[in-house]
Each structure stands twice: as C-alpha cells, then as structure tokens.
Design a binder for this molecule. Structure first.
Ligand code: URP
Ligand code: ZN
Ligand code: ZN
Length: 453
C-alpha cells in the first residue's frame, strides 16, 4: 500500500510526501513515491501522517482493592488504537507470596491473543529481599527491561526506602530502568486517617491528604537514591510545579532523570473536587489534580525538556458500580481515570494551542517514550525499516470529546466536552488498517508482546 500526499511529521521535522507499507513494515518514505502496479493507494491530502502513539503508562485488567479496572486487553487496546496509540506498556503485578514470574505469566495470559496493538511490560516490584535478584534476572531474560516501584501504599504494593534502594542497586547490575510512583506514603496515610475521621464522605479530602509536597519530597528522595545507586530513573505521572522543579535541577546537574506527565495534570485542575454530589469521584486519582499554577509549570516543563513523555496512566473504573464503592469513605473510591483513547487528540490540540510544535508533540507522545524503553526505532517514528504503526490525523475537524463516542469500556471521560480540531481518521497497526475514516475496521487482535532489549 502507498499512502501519499500527506504531511509526514517526525521529531526531526515535517515534509509533504508519502510512504509505502509492505508486510507490516514501512519500506520507503519520500516526496515522490508513485504507486507500483496495482498497489492500493490512500490519498492523505491535507492530513498529517504521524507515527503511532506510544503510551508507556497503562493499567489494563488490573485488580485494585475491591474491583478490577473496567478495561481488559480487548477493550483497552482497541480504545488505544481508536485514539491513535499503537503501542502500550502496562504494569503486571503479583500477589503476596507469588514471584515476579507468576505476575508476568498472569499478564501474558490476560493479553495473549487479546490485544489490538503491540504491548510491553514494566514489571512491578512490590517488595525486596536478596532472593529477588535472581527473579529480576529471570525477568530480563523474558524481555522485561523496565520495572516499577511505588513509594506509597507500603501496606500493599509499595516499598520502603531500604527496599527501594536495593531495587535501584539491582537496576545498575542489570542495566534496566526503574519507573517510580512518587508520593510520601507515610504522610499521606496519616493525613488520610485524620481526614477520614473528620468527614469520610468528603471527596475533597482526597487531594487534601496528598498535598504537593508529598510528591515533591518523594521525587527528590528517589532522585537522590538514583544518584547514590548511579542509575537512571523514570518518574511517572508528575503533577506538581515543585516536583517539576526538582527534576529540572537534577537534569541541569547532569543526572539521568526522565519524567512523564499525563493529559489530566495538564488540562484538569483541583476545582473538579468541588462538583455537586458524588461527581468529583470521577477525578479521584493519585496523585490528585492540582492547581492552575501547577498546570502552567507542567506545560513549561514539557516545552523546555524537563518532562520527556506524556502518557495516560489509563486506569478505568466505572462511575456507576465501581467509583461508588467509596460513597461513604473517600479512601475506598478506586483511584484512577481513563485516558488511553483521548491522549493523542487532546495533546495535539492543546499542545498546539500552547505553541508547542507538532514535531515536539510527536517526540513526547511517540518517539521519546519508545526510545526510553528500548522500542525505538522500530516503534515511535516513521522510517524505512520501522513497523508500519501510523496515524493519519486531520487538523481541521472540530468536534467535542464525549464518553458517548468513545469505545473505552467506562461510563465517563474526565475530558467530557473538551473541544478539539485534531481528529484521528485512519490508524495502521503493523501495516493492518485498524481505523478507516473514523470507523473501526480491524478484524482480530493481532498485537504481540514486545520483548524489550
Ligand atoms: O490513581 C492512579 N493513578 N491509579 C493508577 C495506579 C497508579 O498509581 O499509577
Ligand atoms: Zn502511580
Ligand atoms: Zn499508574
């Protein structure tokens, strides 16, 4: 197939031209490609051709306290592809008493034959003893080269400082990368307890129990631990101006610190915790939404390179039937919000409105995340030899984001009513057309597990 007459955008620039797809790969990219024989041609006149999006922070088919995320691999990856994302990286977990391999096997089973796009894993490490060194080696042999630790939730999935430092030291041994959820678990647990005693049903107690400094303190600590262990580190879902500043300073010192933020922290703010009734539960996620001043700082951090990637932290729970488990107690509201399907359109729109060039947005949404996790240049860019993961997007198609038109398996979107002019029209996953003129056309889930190196 030949896609022609589009504006091809990569992190390096843009030009009018086209590309050829054969056997799932891009075989040629150029300005004057002509159809060969009976070759099928897609005319992308007036549209941008971008690399398929790479979302390196999703929670699909994940248990969370009393429920499971509403999206499984079939619905979650279909939603990703509909929204222009053609690679996801998810976080397998394991139960107490199980091994990392048990967790990996569980996630391989959830995803095998049920993903519409390729997927990789960052393995969660929710404890540490010396015996785990061996388990990490096994993980690397299985194609897992990035891991995840939580500095909160120590009564469950989180780790204490000594454990965190042990994991970082092992990252050095294995030449692998640790992603860290940064909040001070002790402080927020105590604040949560106190606020629950005062008024358990007040959702505003969710952000109150997680002030900006709980994130900043943890980010600062994790960066220092990484320096002492002499390893790079990836900070997930940065939400505050204070944390962004700590990361900026570390980068300025030359430390290998990488960071992501998410559309919800760039586009939504804490006023959403003042909605009537139980409506604010839609926005209960951790870290919580912050102030407009935090948003401004995050946009600046995107533009100046402090933040390297925009992922979603897609973690979908239904408003009716799941979020309402916490009606009487804000600490029981399942934490997380959906975003896998809306990331690309929202970021292209609101990034452009902020004056961020499309090339930089492609870097944040596709290329840099692929590079950080060893998937580039097969994923995350447009080049001969790369996977034909492609998105054709118009920049002149005004519409509103609405849960009613999204296919992610959840009964709301936190971005309801957001106006966008960028629209994902066509999507190719390894050369197979998944979306055509806005409609889903992919027959079966052909996504594969990505063995990361
Ligand atoms: O509230 C959130 N973000 N839930 C998903 C798990 C996490 O902390 O990343
Ligand atoms: Zn997190
Ligand atoms: Zn997450």
């Amino acid at each position: 197939m030949l896609i022609k007459n589009g504006i091809i955008v990569t992190e390096d620039g843009r030009f009018e031209g086209g590309l050829r797809i054969r056997d799932g790969k891009i075989t040629a990219v150029g300005t004057e490609l002509e159809p060969e024989g009976e070759e099928e041609v897609l005319d992308a006149e007036g549209a941008y051709i971008l690399p398929g999006g790479v979302d390196v922070h999703t929670h699909i088919d994940m248990p969370a306290g009393e429920c499971m995320t509403s999206d499984d691999y079939l619905t979650g990856t279909r939603a990703a592809v509909m929204g222009g994302t053609t690679t996801v990286m998810d976080f397998p977990e394991y139960d107490e008493g199980e091994t990392l391999m048990d967790g990996l096997n569980c996630w391989r089973k959830k995803s095998e034959g049920r993903a519409y796009c390729d997927y990789g894993f960052h393995m969660t490490v929710s404890g540490w003893d010396e015996g785990m060194k061996e388990q990490l080696v096994r993980m690397k042999e299985q194609g897992i080269t990035s891991f995840k630790a939580y500095t909160a939730y120590q009564d469950g999935i989180g780790v204490y400082d000594e454990q965190l430092f042990g994991i970082l030291q092992e990252m050095k041994e294995l030449d692998t990368l640790l992603c860290v959820h940064c909040e001070n678990g002790d402080v927020l647990r105590r604040l949560q307890r106190q606020l629950r005693e005062e008024n358990a049903s007040d959702i505003r107690n969710h952000p109150k129990s997680r002030p900006n400094l709980t994130e900043k303190e943890a980010v600062s600590r994790v960066i220092d631990f990484a320096a002492m262990a002499d390893v790079p580190v990836y900070i997930v879902h940065v939400s505050t101006k204070e944390a962004a500043e700590v990361i900026r300073q570390a980068k300025q010192r030359g430390q290998r610190v990488y960071a992501e933020t998410c559309p919800q922290y760039l586009l939504l703010d804490e006023s959403l915790y003042d909605l009537p009734g139980f409506e604010s539960a839609k926005y209960v996620l951790s870290p919580p939404l912050r102030t407009k001043a935090d948003q401004e700082a995050l946009w600046k951090a995107l533009a100046d390179g402090t933040i390297d990637a925009v992922s979603t932290d897609h973690c979908s729970f239904r408003f009716h039937g799941q979020k309402d488990l916490g009606k009487e107690d804000f600490t029981r509201i399942p934490n997380g919000t959906p975003g896998i399907e809306t990331r690309m359109e929202l970021m292209l729109e609101y990034g452009s409105r902020r004056g961020i060039p499309l090339e930089k947005l492609v870097s944040l949404l596709c290329t840099e995340p692929a590079r950080l996790f060893g998937l580039h240049p097969v994923k995350g860019t447009i080049r001969a030899g790369g996977d034909a993961d492609l998105v054709i997007v118009r920049g002149d198609a005004p519409h509103r984001i609405s849960a009613g038109t999204l296919c992610q398996d959840v009964d709301y979107t936190p971005f309801e009513g957001f106006e966008v002019t960028y629209q994902i029209q066509d999507v190719f996953v390894k050369g197979i057309q998944a979306k055509r003129k806005g409609e889903w056309v992919m027959e079966k889930p052909e996504g594969r597990f990505l063995f990361c190196r």
